[in-house]
Design a protein around this ligand. Structure first.
Ligand SMILES: C[S@@+](CC[C@H](N)C(=O)[O-])C[C@H]1O[C@@H](n2cnc3c(N)ncnc32)[C@H](O)[C@@H]1O
Length: 230
């Protein structure tokens, strides 16, 4: 879907599973059939562009404001503008917000963002005074999105494509909003003092060899944890 609709698509929770919906024309519907072997088409009322926009609301997390390019940030906020639909990370997901809360409480220094997606955490960290900031991801579209969003925000972020078992660049602090399994595989690849993790449910907690658990936050059934190197 990202390849077909890089400008974005909707994920709708249905009882039978997740439905992916793209707002498109007949050509787009043909491409869906071609790729997926089937698709359901519904006519949408005029003004669907506004519906798409209404779906992407800005969020405020402490001093940070994260929003799409067509919204105006308040004067008192550190603005992080993210073009939605390019890669995961509009700021609206609870796990992203929990990481942003922790980042605002940490001493700014060098930062590694593991699973940078749209670059939202990297850009926010740069805004908060962290530097140098390196974002890594296993997906090329995330690297491109992070570079473009960093450029659009006027901040320095280096984005690198990595394999999921590569050693990672050293930093004082790392943030990793990825799955529980991927978080638990990090210690052997990481050279950091402080680690913020998320991407899993509040009922779960990663076990990380060589790190001491130093804090936890939850939001909407999701969790984020703070670890310090022992
Ligand atoms: C849930 S998104 C988080 C995006 C963004 N950091 C945020 O907080 O909104 C997870 C991202 O991590 C990437 N990813 C998943 N496993 C990874 C791994 N082992 N190493 C690096 N990136 C990974 C995915 O491609 C995806 O872009």
């Amino acid at each position: 879907m990202l390849e077909l609709f890089p400008e974005g698509f909707e994920e709708v929770d249905r009882p039978e599973g997740v439905e992916l919906a793209a707002y498109t024309d007949a050509g787009g519907e043909e491409r869906l059939w071609h790729f997926f072997g089937g698709a359901r088409g519904d006519d949408v009322p005029e003004g669907w562009e506004d519906r798409w926009r209404a779906f992407h609301q800005p969020v405020r997390v402490g001093s940070l404001w994260i929003g799409p390019p067509w919204e105006t940030p308040p004067d008192d906020a550190l603005a992080v503008v993210v073009d939605p639909g390019r890669a995961f990370g509009t700021g609206s997901h609870a796990t992203t917000q929990l990481c942003l809360q922790f980042l605002q409480e940490l001493d700014p220094g060098s930062l590694l963002d593991v699973g940078c997606g749209s670059g939202v955490l990297s850009i926010a960290a740069a805004r908060l005074g962290f530097g140098p900031v390196v974002g890594v991801d296993i997906e090329e579209p995330s690297i491109e999105a992070t570079r473009e969003n960093a450029r659009a925000n006027g901040v320095e972020v280096e984005a690198r494509l990595v394999a999921s078992d590569d050693p990672l660049p050293p930093a004082a602090t790392a943030v990793a909003n990825i799955s529980l399994d991927s978080v638990e595989a990090l210690p052997g690849r990481l050279d950091v003092h402080v680690l913020v993790t998320s991407g899993y449910l509040a009922s779960e907690q990663p076990r990380l060899a060589g790190f001491r658990h130093a804090g936890r936050r939850t939001l909407g059934g999701w969790a984020s944890d703070l670890y310090e190197r022992t």
